[in-house]
Design a protein around this ligand. Sequence first.
Ligand code: P5A
Length: 440
Amino acid sequence: MRWSQAFLPVLKESPSDAQIVSHKLMLRAGLVRQTAAGIYAWLPLGWRVLQKIEQIVREEQDRAGAIEMLMPTLQSAELWRTSGRYDAYGPEMLRIKDRHEREILYGPTNEEMITAIFAGDARSYRDLPRTLYHIQWKFRDEVRPRFGVMRGREFLMKDAYSFDLDEGAARLSYYTQMLAYLRTFQRMGIKAVPMKAASGPIGGDLSHEFIVLAPTGESEVFYDSAYDGFDWHQNDLRYGDEAGLKGLFDQVNSTYAATDETHDEARWAEVAEDRRRTGRGIEVGHIFYFGTKYSDAMGLKVSGKDGSPVVPHMGSYGVGVSRLIGAIIEASHDETGIVWPEAVAPWKVGIVTMRADDEASAGAADRLYEHLRMAGVEVLYDDRDERGGVKLGSMDLIGLPWQVIVGPRGIAAGTVELKNRRSGEREEISLESALARLTA
Ligand code: P5A
C-alpha cells in the first residue's frame, strides 16, 4: 500500500477525551473513530489488525477441533424468555421492536440461540461431542463505556459452545479450549495468565478468565511468576490426549493466579516470596462450564447409547477480539507509539523516503517496494510529499516491526537504513541485503 493513496489519518495531538494510552494511540494512529458512545468505526489500519487477530483466533479454534459457523446479531426475545434471561439480563441488553411490534434484541451472547439450533438437529449420542463457534459483533449497553474498544458497547467476540454427553467429557472440552486460549494469546505475542474466576451471570461452577497484564487493567491480579516461563506451543501436548489435557488443567490450577475477586490469602502465602507477582490486568478471554443449565431450559436432549434420553452438558468460551487490540497496545508500546508484535502487525515493513523529490532515492524506494510486494511481504510505502522527520514520526506511531529508511545520501553510497521498531536498532545495509533480510 502506498501511503499517498491510502486512508491513514494520523493525528499529532492526543484527543483530549482519551484517558489510557491504548485509546490515545488507537485514535492518533488512525485505527478507529468513535461514531456514537462506545461504538467505533474501524479505519483501514485498525481493520487490518482486527482481521489478523481474528484469523489467529480462528486458526487455533480450528486446530482444537471447534467448528466455525455464523449466527445473527439480532435475536428474538422469545428465545431469551425460554431460558429466563430476557428479564434477568437487565438494562445491558439492547431491546428493539420491529414494525410488527415484535420484541427483538441485539445479542450480548449466544448461549440460547446455539442451544436452540443444536437442539433442532442433534438426535443421538453420535452427534456429540461438538464445539461450535462464531466470530460476531455483540452489543452490551454498558453503563460506562470507556477506554475505547476496551469496554465498548458494540464489540467483536469469538464465542464457542461445547456439547458433551456427560460432565467428564464436558470437562475435556473445557481443558481443550483452555489450551487453545493459551496458544492463541501466545501467538499474538502477549502473555495472558489464566485465573480462576467467579462465573457470574452465565452460571456454572468452573470458570477461568485470561488476563493480560497492564497497569491500566480493571482488576487487581496476583500470580506465580512460573507463568512467565511457560511455553504453551513447545510442549508437545496434542488435542485428544486426555491425560495430557487433564495434566495441563492441573498445572494451571496448582500454579497460583487470581484476580481480586477470587484471591485466596492462604494459598498466596504458600507461593515462594520471590515468585509472587502482583499488578493489574485486562480480561481478554473468559471460559465457563455450566452443565445442563441451557440444555434443560431450551429442551436439548439426545438419545444415549442405550436409547435412553441424555441432556448434554455445555460450556461457553469467549475471546474479546476487539478488546485484544487495546490490550496488546497497552502491553506493547513506547513513548513514540505502538510497537506491534509481528503476528498482528498491520504490515510487516514500512518504507520511508526522506526526500520524495529526490529522483534517485525515490526510484530506489519504488523498486524496493515492488520487490517486497512481489515477494509477498506486507509492506506500507510512505511515499508522501512530507518532511522526512514527519514521516519517521508517523512510522514510529503506527508501529510496524521493520522500517526501511531511504535517503539521497545512503542511496549515493548504495545503502538504506534498516530499523527494528522494538529494539530501535539501526543498520546501514545495501538494498539487496535489506531485501534478503525482509523476505527471509
Ligand atoms: C462466553 C462466550 C461470555 O459472554 N458467553 C459466550 C460467554 N463471556 S464474557 O466474559 O461476558 O465475554 C467474553 C469476552 O468478551 C470481551 N468483552 C468485551 N469486550 C469489549 N467491550 C465489552 N463491553 C466487552 N464485554 C466483554 C471480554 O474480553 C470477555 O472476556
